[in-house]
Design a protein around this ligand. Sequence first.
Ligand code: CTP
Ligand code: CA
Length: 224
Amino acid sequence: FNPSLSEQSLQGKTVVITAGPTREAIDPVRYISNHSSGKMGFALASAAKGLGATVKIISGPVNLTTPSGCERFDVSSALDMHQRSLELGATCDIFIACAAVADYRVAEVASHKIKKTDNNDALQINLLKNPDIVADVAKLTPKPFVLGFAAETQDLEHYARDKMQRKGLDMIAANDVSIPGQGFNSSDNALQVYWPNGQSVLSLNDKQRLAQQLMDLVVQQIDK
Ligand code: CTP
Ligand code: CA
């Protein structure tokens, strides 16, 4: 009997998960976003629920059904997600940053629809860096166990470990987004998971199964 695989292993724990993309408004009808589907975050929510946790999903705009028994907080922009994350992160045991947060937002959102003009073939939009949500949650006291993700196209371990350290994370799950058919907007994924003194490879699988395997790794680390 392996207690880390029991339905009770996260009983009494609260897990907060960010999921999906964010939308950064340009004007009332346009935005900047990315291809994140939110599937991995929602699969993690379902897996954490299956281990007995109280689960809260902070979700960007996605087309997914909330896993049963999970509480969902819808947000749109990175600033909205940041605010909700600090609020809910302050009272959770485990924080999982699975969202594909837009790194930049539009500096000045136009209050009316931007019109194209005859005398301008080019349009400039100034961008401002968004706050790093997971890094700010990792600075909270008391600090929850924090799992982050890293989307990379090269040198996976090097960049992932660097991100883990810079952001104050306890664990990081890296995926190679240069491989077609896994990760972003796909049903399958493969992950290289790193923590300060260890690592594990979760090979290509559907996101539901992968989420269960990743939650088992989290349980093993918090039980240490
Ligand atoms: N993340 C976050 N807030 C941001 C940007 C990223 O919480 N403003 C989180 C993501 O949810 C993920 C981790 O940070 O868990 C890494 O995201 P990633 O985009 O891979 O890293 P960045 O730090 O944004 O660096 P870059 O995109 O330049 O590789
Ligand atoms: Ca980024």
